[in-house]
Each structure stands twice: as C-alpha cells, then as structure tokens.
Design a protein around this ligand. Structure first.
Ligand code: WTA
Length: 645
C-alpha cells in the first residue's frame, strides 16, 4: 500500500501545513479520498467551538473495519497484521495475517450479534493484551457497537462507575491476564464490578490463564463456544462472509474514559470518519512508516495510544503491528530489546517513563542485542528530559534513528505536535512542530494570545488549539455540557488542552506539563480530586489534599497530605490501609507514593486549600513558598514542612 499523503521533505511539510490552514476542506477532502467510503461525504467540515459542534465528512458512509481489514485482503491477505508476543517468552508467538484477522473479527462480530448486541450499544472490554482484545475492538466496530476499553489496572469500583456512565449492556473479558510475574483475575474483578449493576446482560469470557471463574447461568458465556458457533454460521466452503454495518462518518466509534481536574472520569467520544483519517495520517507521517515495516507500540490498548497506534492507525495503513502482552522488565529489563531483535522491529514507540525505568538498569540488559533493524524511535505520555532523550538516542537508536517526541491526548485522537521522523528537525525535549491541520496558540490566564518573549526569547503560556482537526473529541458520553465546560469554555473559541507550553522563535513547542489539577504518573492521567475522593472514603480520614512531586522514573509521583480522626497515626498500618483503599476505589496506578499525616491543611479564610504551597513542600522547597499571608493559620505550614516525608 502506498501513501500519497506521506510528507517527504521539510519544504513539503511547510507547504502542506500552509495549505491545511488556508484551505482545510480541500486539504482534508483530498486526504480522505485515500480511504474506502461506501458513499462520499456531503460536506468536509462544519464546526463551532461554542456548543461545541464538530462534524468531519458528514454524510459520508463507511465502516472503519473495511478500511483496516477488507481492503487489504486481496493484495496483502497473507501479510502479518498483528504479531503477538506473549508474556512468557517461551510461549508460542502468534502471527495474525490480514486474512486471519478478517476471519476472527467477522466471527466475533457474529458472536456479538448472536448475543443481542446492536449498532450503538456500548460494549465494555476488560482484557489483557491478547489478540482477542483486538478482535473484540474491531468486532464491535464492524457492527457499529461502541467499544469502551478499560485498562486492566483499574479496580472493580472504577469499572462499575464506567459501566454505569456508559450504560453498558455487554462486557468482554478474560478469566485472567498475565503481566510479568503476576496473574490478574480479570473475571473475578468484573464479578465484583457487577454487584448492584442493573444494565449488563451478557459477559463474554475468553480463556487465557485458566484461573477458576464463576460463570453465571444466562449471563456469562465462553468466548470459545460462541466463536465456534459463529464460524458455523458465517463460513461456507472456506469463505467467510460477514457484512460490515454501514456507519455515518459522525457515528460514535468508541468511548474512552480519562481523568479530568474534577470528579469522575469523562467518557471521551470519538467518531468513525475523522478518527480513521487522523490516526492513519499521523501514523504514516510521524513515524514515516513504509510498507512492510514492523511497528512496535508498547502501549496497552486500554489507553488511547494503543487504540490509535497499535490498532486503528497501523491497520488502516495496511501495516504490521506488534502487540506485547507483558511488561518491559520481565523476565528481565532486556525484554523490549529481545522483541526488537526477534521481529526485526523498525519503529519502536514507547512511553517516556518506560525509557527512564529501563535506563535505571544500566547498560547490561543491552548486552548482545543487535537492534540494527530499528529505523525510528518514538516517545509519548509526558515531557522527556534531555538525559533520557540522549540515552534513547545513543543506546537504542545508536545515533542513527530519528526520535519523534509525540504530544497528544485522549481527547485529540492522535498526535498533534511532533517532528516527522527524519523529515522535520528534532530538538531534544521539544515536541517541535504541529501536524498539518493543527493550529496551536499560547494564551495567558485571561485567554489573550502571548506575544512577548521572555528573557530566553521564548513565549510561555497555556496551550490551546484554534481550529478543529479530524481527530478532535466530539463529546463526553451522555453529557455534552461537560465537554463544553472542560475543553471549550475556559477560553472563548479555543480548545484548551490543560497543558502549559513554551514556543521558540522557529515555531517549536515544548510541553511543560499540566497546568490543571491533573497528575501525569508514568504517563497515566489521574485527577488529584479523584485520588482525594478515594482517600476520603477511608473510615478514619477526615480530609486530604493530593499534589504531584517530581519522580525520577514515574515523571510525577503522588503526594498525599492526610488528616485523620486520631492525631498522628504514625504506624505503617494506617498508611497501608489508605493505599489499599485507593487501590480498591481507583486501581493500583493511583496509589500515593508518599503519605504525610497532618493536623491541618493550609487554607485561605474562605476555606480553599492552597495547593500551590503543598506542591512546593512536596517538591522539597522550604524557603520560597510564596505569599502565605492570606492563610487562616500560617503556623500549619511550618508544621507540615517539618514533618515532610
Ligand atoms: C501529556 C496520551 C509532553 C500531556 C497520548 C497531555 C505529553 C497528557 C506528551 C495526555 C509529550 C502526552 N510531551 N507531555 N510528548 N504526550 N503528554 O490523554 O500532559 O493519556 O495532556 O494521552 O499527557 O495524556 P493521555
């Protein structure tokens, strides 16, 4: 498959960028021509950020799985679509060709129909990283059911909240999942999540770990039985036929929950047409993917990175995508490099936190690894510090692989700011230039565009985007107003990212981190309010305040200041109880790294917690805490400083 929309020089990037800004409709209309539409769109773009309303390729009819699978069958049927690397390196690899993927996705789509799933129904997927997870996602897309994948590290309570918010009627899960040395009992967590649930009718269970599970009559069914039966329905004389449901470009494709600065996670909704165009376009351009390349994105499909750059982007481009079940440090910290050599990986796309973590093991795990197949390296999830960037460049890329620092969000569907590998210049720790179609702007607190450079010649402000690109969030599920207030109301006529950034005179952007109350822990977004709510659920907790602090591997760690009923429960048990509570309510990823019991929190006279002060203390600052004169009780600050953990 050739990519007529692949940018091949810096000049061409500049020219394409300009065209995308001057004539967005003709620009994106031309790119969309490279996909398979059952019917072409009526209008390329309609939008206003007031409501907000964004419609790309409206009236166009398609099914994304015909683009990700069917259209490749004739010419590339025997080419690997997915190469699966199991958790245990001694277990057999699975190579899923496009023909095989087609069969499995059709089978699973039929399974969904047999179980009563209809277009528009929400199907929650809670599985480990097995090929069946990709079949489940694409099977939903094939019949127009809306998938909502939940990362395997979330607790029963988190799942229950998401099931309720999405009013999901169906679940696809596994008996268990292997992650490094651990087995995670997924079905049993689902069973807990379903206590009290009133919407879920069917649970489809794939066997992976042979962990004993309870199967409830009438509700729970085995994947394997259902798949066998479905095959007998759709396969005749070795030919599989299972028509894909025709979707409008603006019909929802999936919901993915993500944390914000307030309350519960939001269900970010992406639609079929724009998301497909955006993930494919960015995949081909940022990574400079060439037909036949092996692409290894190490993310989990429970996060947006896995949706866009393991499943949809690579498959729509007819690529080969490596899917890895395990973790980077098991059985040892050389695992990624073994996988690179085993499958001759050409593009490696991983999280900044993974690079820092692997760096901490030194160079031993790299001994004897060849890695000469690598052509392009990528990072995502959080700002990359220069030290990690150079380590990645020198020891993994051997100074011959361009590194793309890709900045984007769940809400943006795909990469918005990044260099294009080997085409536009890289700058260590800078995400650099916007993709065509993306118009970033830095604004001050009042929403005024920043135009005065600081003493280093840099513009500094809150990062917003002026106009829609095809992959932008359409709504938050079931609550459009929440979408408006979260992203489009802070500054008029702008999409607000929640990130701060710097811009240099050449137009490069450097992301400095969140400016709202959202933490980025190992590349995972968690709202401080969410963690506080969880801590406050513990019976002996009166109040808590959570802030981030710099963490050498995770990027940010979680620091919790906690007031308990009993004065100073210094014992470890109290801390462990709180950790257990957070694990139960949200999941292990949200567990505080540090807990400090305090007698009070620094509050203003109106009762607002001065997080700025707590953040400084957590960062280890003792002197310049800023203005404390508005505090109700300034002495509390000294006490907190003295007892810092
Ligand atoms: C942060 C992940 C700096 C940022 C794709 C953003 C980054 C949040 C980068 C979104 C990067 C992501 N440099 N920061 N290259 N990539 N971020 O929704 O704060 O899980 O707002 O999407 O991660 O996280 P999310």
């Amino acid at each position: 498959m050739e990519y007529p929309f692949q940018i091949t020089s810096l000049e061409q990037y500049k020219e394409q960028y300009q065209k995308s800004v001057d004539e967005p409709e003709s620009f994106w209309g031309d790119i969309a021509e490279n996909f398979y539409w059952r019917k072409k769109w009526d209008k390329v773009l309609e939008w206003n950020f007031k409501e907000p309303k964004v419609e790309w390729f409206k009236g166009g009819k398609l099914n994304i799985t015909e683009n990700c699978i069917d259209r490749h069958l004739e010419t590339m049927g025997e080419k690997p679509a997915i190469i699966w690397e199991p958790n245990n390196p001694d277990e057999r690899t699975r190579v899923v060709t496009y023909t095989r993927l087609h069969k499995r996705v059709c089978q699973f789509a039929q399974v969904l129909l047999n179980n009563g799933v209809k277009k528009g129904d929400r199907v929650c997927i809670y599985m480990g990283m097995v090929p069946e997870l990709a079949y489940a996602v694409l099977g939903c897309a094939r019949i127009g059911a809306i998938h909502s994948v939940i990362f395997g590290g979330f607790s029963a309570q988190s799942i229950a909240d998401r099931l309720e918010d999405a009013k999901a009627e169906f679940i696809v899960t596994c008996d268990g999942a292997y992650r490094g040395g651990k087995d995670i009992p997924l079905k049993s967590i689902i069973d807990d999540a379903l206590i009290g649930n009133k919407t879920v009718k069917k649970v489809i269970v794939y066997t992976r770990t042979r962990t004993p599970v309870s199967m409830i009559k009438g509700r729970d069914v085995w994947w394997e039985d259902e798949m066998d039966y479905a095959l007998s329905q759709i396969e005749k004389n070795n030919v599989v036929t299972m028509p894909a449901t025709e979707m409008d470009a603006e019909d929802p494709l999936f919901i993915l929950y993500t944390s914000g600065s307030t309350g519960k996670p939001k269900g970010v909704v992406h639609t079929c047409g724009g998301y497909m165009v955006w993930t494919t376009y960015t995949f081909v351009n940022v990574f400079q993917y060439k037909p036949g390349d092996v692409h290894f994105c190490t993310a989990d499909i429970g996060w947006i990175t896995g949706h866009s750059y393991i499943v949809y982007g690579p498959l729509a481009a007819g690529g080969t995508s490596v899917m890895f079940e395990g973790v980077p440090t098991w059985p040892d910290a050389g695992r990624f490099w073994d996988i690179v050599d085993k499958y001759k990986v050409n593009v490696l796309y991983t999280a900044t936190t993974a690079i820092r973590s692997l760096m901490s093991y030194g160079l031993d795990p790299l001994q004897g690894k060849d890695m000469s197949s690598l052509k392009v390296l990528g990072t995502v999830g959080e700002p990359i510090n220069e030290e990690a960037w150079h380590w990645y460049d020198q020891h993994i890329g051997k100074k011959k692989c361009p590194i793309v620092d890709t900045w984007w969000q769940t809400e943006t569907g795909g990469i918005l700011i990044s260099n294009l590998a080997g085409i536009t210049p890289a700058k260590p720790s800078w995400a650099t230039l916007p993709m065509p179609g993306v118009q970033p702007v830095l604004v001050d607190e009042r929403g005024k565009e920043v135009t005065e450079p600081d003493e280093h010649g840099l513009l500094k402000g809150n990062l917003c985007i002026k106009a829609p690109w095809p992959g932008i969030i359409r709504t938050t599920y079931g609550d459009h107003e929440r979408c408006r207030t979260n992203y489009f109301a802070t500054y008029e006529n702008l999409y607000f990212t929640g990130d701060g950034a710097l811009k240099d005179k050449d137009g490069n952007f450097r992301i400095t981190g969140r400016v709202d109350d959202v933490l980025n822990v190992s590349g995972h977004r968690i709202g401080t309010a969410e963690i506080e709510n969880a801590i406050n659920m513990h019976a002996s907790v009166v109040e808590s305040a959570v802030v981030g602090f710099p963490h050498s591997i995770k990027g940010q760690g979680v620091y919790a200041f906690v007031i308990t009923e009993k004065k100073h429960p210094e014992d470890d048990l109290a801390k462990k109880d709180i950790l257990e509570t957070v694990s139960r309510i949200i999941g292990p990823i949200a567990k505080p790294d540090k807990i400090q019991f305090v007698n009070g929190l620094p509050k203003t006279r109106s009762g607002k917690i001065m997080r700025r002060i707590l953040r400084k203390i957590a960062e280890g600052e003792t002197e310049n805490l800023g203005d404390t004169s508005t505090l109700l009780d300034p002495s509390i600050v000294d006490e907190i400083k003295q007892n810092k953990v």
